[in-house]
Design a protein around this ligand. Structure first.
Ligand SMILES: NC(=O)c1ccc[n+]([C@@H]2O[C@H](COP(=O)([O-])OP(=O)(O)OC[C@H]3O[C@@H](n4cnc5c(N)ncnc54)[C@H](OP(=O)(O)O)[C@@H]3O)[C@@H](O)[C@H]2O)c1
Length: 312
C-alpha cells in the first residue's frame, strides 16, 4: 500500500532530494516554512490532524551551527520540540517517523568510528538540541528511523562545497582546517539510501510490522574519512576539471575563473571559531549495512559524482 507522506524541510539540501524521490513511494505533502513553521506547535498539530499522514519524514532542522550558540531557544524549538510533537502526533494516529540527526551528538574525543551505542556528549548547542530531538522521538514510543548523517553538502543550498567554489573564484590562497576529521556526505546519497530503505519496507504487505522491526537509530554517512582541508583540495581538483556546462557549477562560480592555487592547512584554534566542533566524528555504518544491506559510496566517489552528473 502506498503511504501518505508528510515531508518537512523540502527547501533544504536533503529535503529537496527527498522531495524528488519520495513521490515514487507514495503521495507526498511537502509544506514549506510558510505553510508549516515548525516554531508553531499548533500548526504542527493541525497539519497532522488534517493531512493524516502515515509516514512523516522530518528533514527540516535548525542547521546554522554557529548561530545556534546565541539563538538557543529557536534551535531547541525546531530541533527538539518540533520532532517531539511530530512523534507524539504520529503515535496518536498510528503513523511512523523518519528523522535525521547528526555526528555532532558526539564529542569527538575518540579516534575510532562511532557506533550507535557509543555514549553521546555534544559540545555545542546545535548538537545538544539535535540530541534532545533524538531522545524525544525515542521516548515518544512512535516507530521511528533516526538516521545520523554528517558533513552534508549538495549542489544547492549552503554548504562547504559551494563555499569553497565561491572562495576559489575570489582568492588565490585558501586556509582550511586540517584537525577535524569526518565523512563529507552528499545529500543525494542520503536521500537515495533513505528512499531505498522505505521502498523495501513499503513493498511488503506487513509494512507496519516491518517498520517496527527495524525501528531505531542508524548512522548513515559516506564511507571513508577525511579532513576539511583534504576535502577542499579534492573539491579544487574536481573544479579545475569541471565543465562550465554543469549548471550548478556555473551557478556556484558565477561563471568566473578559478583563482585558488594553494590551500594552506590551519588548526581549528587558528580558524578561531567560538563554536566547539568535534575533532573526530566519523560514524561506523555497519548497523545500517547489517539491517538494510546498504553502504553509501566513499566520500570521494560521492564528490566525483556531483561533478560528473549534469542532472543533480
Ligand atoms: N548540514 C549538515 O552538514 C548536516 C550534518 C549532519 C546532520 N544534518 C541533519 O540532516 C538534516 C538535513 O539537513 P540539511 O543540511 O538538509 O538542512 P538545510 O539544508 O539547512 O535545510 C533545513 C530545512 O529546514 C527548514 N527549516 C528550518 N527552520 C524551519 C522552521 N522553523 N519551520 C519549517 N522549516 C524550517 C529549512 O527551511 P528554509 O529553507 O525556509 O530555511 C530547510 O528546508 C537535518 O536534520 C540536519 O540536522 C545536517
Amino acid at each position: 500500500m502506498k503511504p501518505m507522506i508528510l515531508l518537512t524541510g523540502k527547501t533544504g539540501q536533503l529535503g529537496s532530494e527527498l522531495n524528488r524521490l519520495l513521490p515514487k513511494l507514495g503521495e507526498v505533502i511537502a509544506p514549506d516554512r510558510k505553510e508549516l513553521d515548525l516554531l508553531d506547535p499548533e500548526k504542527i498539530r493541525q497539519i497532522m490532524r488534517d493531512a493524516k499522514p502515515q509516514l512523516i519524514v522530518n528533514a527540516a532542522a535548525y542547521t546554522a551551527v554557529d548561530a545556534a550558540e546565541t539563538d538557543q531557544a529557536n534551535a531547541l524549538a525546531v530541533n527538539a520540540e518540533a520532532p517531539r510533537l511530530l512523534a507524539l502526533e504520529a503515535k496518536k494516529i498510528g503513523a511512523v517517523l523518519v528523522h535525521f540527526s547528526t555526528d555532532y551528538v558526539f564529542d569527538g574525543s575518540t579516534r575510532a568510528p562511532y557506533e550507535e551505542t557509543d555514549p553521546t556528549n555534544p559540545i555545542n548547542v546545535y548538537g545538544k538540541t539535535k540530541l534532545a530531538g533524538e531522545q524525544a522521538v525515542r521516548s515518544s514510543g512512535v516507530p521511528h528511523l533516526i538516521f545520523r548523517a554528517a558533513w552534508i553538502y549538495a549542489t544547492h543550498g549552503r554548504n562547504f562545497l559551494l563555499t569553497i567554489l565561491r572562495l576559489a573564484t575570489e582568492r588565490e590562497e585558501l586556509k582550511i582546517v586540517r584537525d577535524q576529521i569526518g565523512a563529507p556526505t552528499c545529500a543525494a546519497d542520503i536521500a537515495a539510501a533513505t528512499a531505498k530503505i522505505l521502498t523495501n519496507i513499503y513493498g511488503r504487505n506487513d509494512n507496519a510490522c516491518a517498520f517496527r522491526k527495524v525501528s531505531g537509530t542508524y548512522h548513515m554517512t559516506a564511507a571513508g574519512e577525511t579532513t576539511w582541508y583534504d576535502f577542499a583540495k579534492d573539491i579544487l581538483d574536481e573544479a579545475y576539471h569541471a565543465s562550465q556546462d554543469l549548471s550548478w557549477f556555473a551557478a556556484a562560480t558565477q561563471g568566473r575563473r578559478l583563482l585558488a592555487r594553494r590551500i594552506i592547512p590551519i588548526t581549528t584554534a587558528e580558524y578561531g571559531s567560538r563554536t566547539s566542533r568535534p575533532a573526530y566524528s566519523v560514524l561506523s555504518n555497519s548497523r545500517l549495512t547489517q539491517a538494510f544491506g546498504i553502504t553509501l559510496p566513499d566520500w570521494r566517489a560521492q564528490l566525483h559524482q556531483c561533478f560528473a552528473s549534469r542532472s543533480i
